[in-house]
Design a binder for this molecule. Structure first.
Ligand code: NAP
Ligand code: ZN
Ligand code: ZN
Length: 347
């Protein structure tokens, strides 16, 4: 077994602390890479606090992982020692169901293996994520990372990037569309970058008036402070799409009213609890509420290649791992500009 250093939550009540554990030896199809940077996703916080239920402890969070390959199995074809490598939210899936066959491993009908807070395909070995010094992953779930981009700023693409890229591509959001990005955090700021790159008119809907200058710098065309009743009213019935990245409970009926006829409210944020939408909010204007989960492996590689080609990365604030709790506290307050990334050399 490979001795591994990490940071773990032992239960939902305690803070993260150093924790040593073991990873499997490198199998014939495995890639081992040393982790250089790991992004901090709001999903890490939801799961450590068991806000979605069913959390598995000890939990080593982290699913925005980049680093350098240090070992490859005898049958590995796609990677060699020294290559840059990345892993996102998945480390395995059944590979045989129709969704896996289509590269939609995130929707594996038999249950994919999340990078942490999950089980390997043997359904008994827990998975441990990227707040750690090294990781072993089947080569099919390891992504190629361009040498052209700032590596630390690439890390958040592995979750925040693909989670926003995938729905915008699926619904073909682009020229002629009015896109609202609801919530300007880790996911939201990537959604703005992609929305602008794809040619949509992008409006940020934010609770934080002080993010306007940033939103414009990110390329957004408009900025609406949602707490300001006049500003909110001014965009009623306006948008073709709302990409909802909000991490806390919020009034869906109010936001859905901002959609024009046939508009779609796409949920990617996962607040604790259920959402409530009144049928009248939808049927007046044939509006829909939809959802989208991360992205499959082929699309994640497509997104990374697109970002390398168009020079798109995340706006990051680098932190030492010992400061992770402060980062979480700031994240809860919406005080992230716009993704914390852990420098794993500080582990
Ligand atoms: P984040 O960086 O904390 O950003 C969330 C943003 O939501 C905040 O910056 C804030 O933006 C806004 N917000 C917070 N509380 C709000 C409230 N009460 N009302 C309205 N807006 C509020 O989080 P993130 O990492 O981007 O993740 C966002 C959500 O997506 C999380 O729930 C996460 O679990 C989920 N997620 C889903 C997937 C998926 O596959 N679908 C993948 C990754 C993450 P403003 O200051 O602009 O209002
Ligand atoms: Zn995430
Ligand atoms: Zn499957």
């Amino acid at each position: 077994m490979i001795q591994t250093k990490g940071y773990a939550a032992q239960n939902a009540e305690t803070n993260l602390a150093p924790w040593d554990f073991e990873r499997r030896e490198v199998g014939p199809h495995d890639v081992q890479f040393d982790i250089l940077f790991c992004g901090v996703c709001h999903s890490d916080l939801h799961q450590i606090k068991n806000e979605w239920g069913g959390s598995i402890f000890p939990m080593v969070p982290g699913h925005e992982i980049v680093g350098k390959v240090v070992a490859v199995g005898s049958h590995v074809k796609k990677f060699k020692i020294g290559d840059l490598a990345g892993t996102g939210c998945l480390v395995d899936s059944c590979r045989t169901c129709e969704n896996c066959q289509e590269g939609l491993e995130q929707y594996c009908l038999n249950g994919s293996s999340p990078t942490y807070n999950g089980l390997e395909q043997d359904r008994k070995t827990p998975t441990y994520g990227g707040y750690s010094n090294t990781i072993v992953v089947h080569e099919d779930f390891v992504l190629h990372i361009s040498e052209k981009l700032n590596l630390a700023a690439v890390a958040p693409l592995l979750c925040a990037g693909i989670t926003t890229y995938s729905p915008l591509r699926h619904w073909k959001v682009g020229k002629g569309h009015r896109l609202a990005v609801l919530g300007l955090g880790g996911l939201g700021h990537m959604a703005v970058k992609f929305g602008v790159a794809f040619g949509a008119e992008v409006t940020v809907l934010s609770t934080s008036a002080d993010k306007e200058a940033d939103a414009k710098k990110l390329g957004a065309h408009k900025f609406v402070v949602t707490k300001d009743a006049e500003q909110f009213k001014s965009v009623k019935g306006y948008f073709d799409f709302i990409l909802d990245t909000v991490s806390a409970p919020h009034d869906m009926n109010a936001y859905v009213s901002l959609l024009r006829t046939n508009g779609i409210h796409i949920c990617v944020g996962v607040p604790p609890g259920e959402i409530q939408v009144h049928p009248f909010a939808l049927l007046g204007g044939r509006r829909s509420v939809a959802g989208s989960g991360i992205g499959g492996l082929p699309e994640t590689q497509e997104m990374l290649d697109y970002c390398a080609e168009h020079n798109i990365v995340s706006d990051i604030e680098m932190i030492d791992i010992k400061d992770i709790q402060t980062a979480y506290d700031r994240m809860i307050k919406g005080d992230v500009r716009y993704r914390f990334v852990i420098d794993m050399a500080t582990l």
